[in-house]
Write a protein that binds this ligand. Structure first.
Ligand code: CP
Ligand code: NVA
Length: 312
């Protein structure tokens, strides 16, 4: 690698995960997200923001897995900030037919100014970022979902003020979304408890970032926020369905479990949800739930992430 290319890569501002992003930058992104949300409150979704920081910028949105929120919120966010975007499925790219990640990264960097990718293995994301000469954003991998958790922290603070020192309890599968919560717990200084069956414990690499309490009712005592997610993520085999359901049923977030948390505890779910499985409709549509604010804040948080990546 030539020294010039090496230097260029060093300078690149990717958003790949929460734990390797500077804490002050994370806080600045959230401040910016809040300001942008306030500035366009009440306007039709298709109207441009007053500021157009992405004017002249082209953004590629690559999806190797399905998506509703990530796909639409990134696309709308780019347009509101004056940029242009293209949504690409992995299957329709040569990537799905054997072209390497490195070559894909080099080629796309000649056409676009920013790449967002939703993929399977975390290694694919890192390879794309290594070989791209434009910033890369993680739109979910098997191991992490940092954009989601930025929106979640924003949502919590919108409703309850600073998350620092608060108690967050995750009930269910120790999956990719949990992993990004664990990274955020360290960066934003909140307490995180995991409650779920031992065989679905989070990845060992996260040890030390959270505590475990197997009993869900005990786990949620004093909780300010209860979070759950699907029992079967997109990268998990559907053949594991029955086993996972049997293991996870005791960790369903229902009205009874919520009643053991603080009276004003919030409920979050990144969505899509399987109603009456990981959470009941009574909780999802009840007074503690902020799931649709969470979904909306994906838009605002990601707009701030894109601006940060592009230095705009
Ligand atoms: N929460 C989330 O990332 O949703 P999508 O899979 O619909 O993008
Ligand atoms: N854990 C889920 C999150 C979906 C947004 C999955 O990976 O399928």
């Amino acid at each position: 690698m030539s020294p010039a290319i090496h230097q260029q890569r060093q300078r690149m501002t990717h958003f790949l995960d929460i734990h390797n992003t500077d804490t002050a930058d994370l806080r600045a992104i959230l401040d910016h997200a809040n300001a942008m949300k306030t500035a366009r409150a009440g306007r039709p979704k298709g109207t441009p923001d007053d500021e157009q920081p992405l004017a002249g910028h082209m953004v590629a949105l690559i999806f190797e897995k399905p998506s509703t929120r990530t796909r639409v919120s990134f696309d709308v966010g780019v347009r509101q900030m004056g940029g242009q975007s293209m949504v690409l499925s992995g299957a329709e790219l040569q990537l799905g037919h054997g072209e390497t990640i490195a070559d894909t990264a080099r080629v796309l960097s000649r056409y676009v100014d920013l790449i967002m990718i939703r993929t399977f293995e975390e290694a694919v994301l890192h390879e794309l970022a290594e070989f791209a000469s434009v910033p890369v954003i993680n739109g979910l991998t098997d191991d992490s979902h940092p954009c989601q958790i930025m929106a979640d922290v924003m949502t919590f603070e919108e409703h309850r003020g600073p998350i620092k020192g608060k108690k967050v309890v995750w009930s269910g599968d120790g999956n990719n979304v949990f992993a990004s919560f664990a990274h955020a717990a360290k960066q934003f200084e909140f307490d995180l408890t995991f409650t779920g069956p031992e065989v679905l414990d989070p990845a060992q690499v996260l040890d030390g970032l959270y505590t475990i309490e197997r009993n869900p009712e005990k786990a949620v005592e004093g909780a300010d926020l209860i979070v759950t997610d699907t029992w079967i993520s997109m990268h998990e085999a559907q053949s594991a369905r029955e086993r996972r359901h049997n293991l996870l049923r005791p960790y369903q977030v229902n009205a009874d479990l919520m009643s053991h948390a603080k009276g004003d505890a919030l409920f979050m779910h990144c969505l899509p949800a399987h109603r009456e499985e990981e959470a009941t409709s009574e909780v999802m549509d009840g007074p503690h739930s902020v799931i649709f604010d969470e979904a909306e804040n994906r838009l605002h948080a990601q707009k701030a992430i894109m601006r940060w990546c592009l230095g705009e």
